[in-house]
Design a protein around this ligand. Structure first.
Ligand code: ADP
Length: 504
């Protein structure tokens, strides 16, 4: 790419539990890949360290090769560990493969090993690998609770040994996952767990009387990192004003910032997307109609009135993990409301919780026989691309949403967002009927968590679609031109890296 190069070249190593597309469960995987690619394009050296999950397909990694075999400590043993290097979508990766049962199983999460202990092991194994290979990046960029012990291990162990140069940046993608950990478990990675059992360190603030037996790896990571980033300015405010980490974040306010995620515009590009039956962009939008008809035909939805901009049947999509955060009661209500309004709706999602899965299976049994609703309980990258391209509207009714990628991806593919005003959704979607900033207007926004609030936004979107066809088409083109790319925001991360790194 022809991105501008930064003057000071940094070496950045990400340590993460997910990376798209080889080990992606949600937005975390997209963010790591998109940010790494954007920093590479600006001339930096970037590596991504990832557990070598058994479910990763080896043929999805280019130039895979074993680079080191070493021992990393866990629970009184030194575990023989392989480090491989390879390339994934142009990004150098280092895959850590212990010889015990950690990371074995059919999926990224949910194997039969102890997840917390596996990530404690992985966090230390990343540092151990840097030590044995003499790798000293400027920045170790850690993500989420999974890697929350790495900053502790760095400052209290490896920095006392041979690693001097690196500084640590933590990105919090979702504060609901806090990495609950006992002192004893933390001690398994070689630290003295009792040292961290104070309120200013890692004690879980949600426990009654600050129970010193319960620690949070996420909180420890915040305290021990040089800089902490969360994924949107509004989520930053929300997490400082309320929530279990508020007091910790206020204490660490000067090193805490909010940087909106971007989307990877190479991976998400309707003008060159291999998954689409027809390509399109904001100037040549006709291909979108073909994508809509393709999806309608493929899923057996009604084909009536599909002329772009003159259709009577708006197609709404909702692509999401089916968990409480995402507003499950509003998703189920939207299915009814869209049907009532004479539209079509496709839900693509996987429910990690069996009870939720059964509820949606029940809905699928009722609705999937008809011609207007499809509920697809699976994970499919390919289908997600086709649905974004086919959709007239993308629905994101989250209860809270640190950043949210679905609305940004949807916009890039010409789907007008209908969202609840929270977190990153509030930073990226601006209501069409809000006359205070018409140049920003790009979607339909509601605030309440009740069905009526959702209905008011959905009803307005449907009327707009049906009654103001020219304006609708102009809005589709406008949302496609909104720049939510990493090219726009990666520079803010570079600023954070530069603010903490040590000139060597
Ligand atoms: P979160 O990180 O909370 O899951 P985001 O909106 O930040 O939410 O990111 C979700 C990402 O995962 C998007 O790229 C979305 O398209 C994708 N995704 C979610 N569920 C599915 C699914 N069932 N099939 C394919 N992609 C999915």
């Amino acid at each position: 790419t022809n991105a501008e190069k930064d003057a000071d070249v940094l070496h950045i190593v990400h340590a993460t539990a997910e990376m798209a597309p080889i080990a992606k469960v949600g937005g975390l995987g997209d963010v790591v890949t998109g940010l790494a690619r954007a920093c590479l394009a600006r001339g930096h050296k970037v590596d991504v360290m990832l557990p070598f999950y058994e479910c990763i397909q080896r043929h999805d990694i280019n130039d895979l090769e074993l680079i080191s075999t070493y021992d990393s400590y866990f629970n009184g043993d030194w575990i023989r560990t392989n480090a491989y290097k390879g390339v994934v979508s142009g990004i150098p990766v280092i895959l850590i493969e212990p010889s015990n049962n950690f990371f074995k199983g059919q999926s990224v999460y949910g194997g039969s090993y102890n997840e917390l202990e596996a990530y404690l092991f992985f966090s230390r194994a990343c540092l151990e690998w840097m030590q044995v290979t003499g790798t000293q990046p400027d920045i170790i960029h850690v993500h989420e609770w999974q890697i929350g012990s790495l900053p502790l291990l760095y400052w209290d162990m490896y920095h006392q040994l041979s690693l001097q140069k690196p500084r640590i940046v933590l990105t919090i993608h979702n504060m609901e996952h806090y990495g609950e950990c006992s002192q004893e478990q933390l001690s398994k990675c070689g630290l003295d767990g009792s040292v961290y059992a104070t309120e200013d360190k890692a004690v879980d603030d949600r426990t009654i009387g600050h129970n010193p037996e319960r620690l949070s790896l996420l909180k420890g990571g915040i305290v021990y990192s040089n800089a902490v980033v969360t994924v949107s300015p509004t989520y930053l405010k929300e997490t400082i004003c309320s929530g279990w980490l508020a007091s910790t974040l206020i204490r660490n306010r000067e090193k805490y910032s909010g940087i909106l995620n971007g989307i990877d515009t190479a991976m998400w590009n309707p003008a060159a997307d291999v998954f689409l039956p027809a390509k399109f962009d904001a100037d040549k939008i006709e291909g979108k109609r073909i994508c809509k008809q393709f999806v309608q035909r493929g899923l057996g939805l009604g084909l009536e009135g599909t002329d772009f901009g003159h259709g009577q049947v708006p197609l709404v999509i909702c692509i999401t993990r089916l968990v409480a955060q995402k507003g499950l009661h509003l998703i189920t209500h939207a299915i009814q409301q869209v049907e009532k309004l004479g539209g079509q709706m496709i839900v693509l999602g996987r429910a990690p919780d069996g009870r939720v899965e059964r509820e949606f299976e029940g809905l699928a049994n009722v609705h999937n026989k008809g011609s207007s609703i499809r509920i697809l309980l699976m994970y499919s990258e390919e289908l997600s691309h086709m649905l974004y391209a086919a959709a007239d509207m993308v629905l994101v009714p989250s209860m809270y949403e640190p950043c949210g990628l679905a609305q940004m991806i949807g916009m890039r593919y010409g789907a007008v967002p209908v969202v609840r005003k929270t977190g990153g959704l509030a930073d990226t979607v601006f209501d069409i009927d809000d006359k205070s900033q018409p140049e920003m207007a790009n979607g339909f926004v509601f605030e309440g968590i009740d069905q009526g609030s959702l209905d008011s936004a959905l009803n307005r979107a449907f009327s707009y679609y049906r009654e103001k066809q020219d304006e609708w088409k102009a809005t589709v083109q406008k949302v496609m031109r909104v720049d939510n790319s990493w090219n726009k925001t990666a520079g803010k991360y570079i600023d954070v890296y530069n603010s903490v790194r040590v000139k060597w």
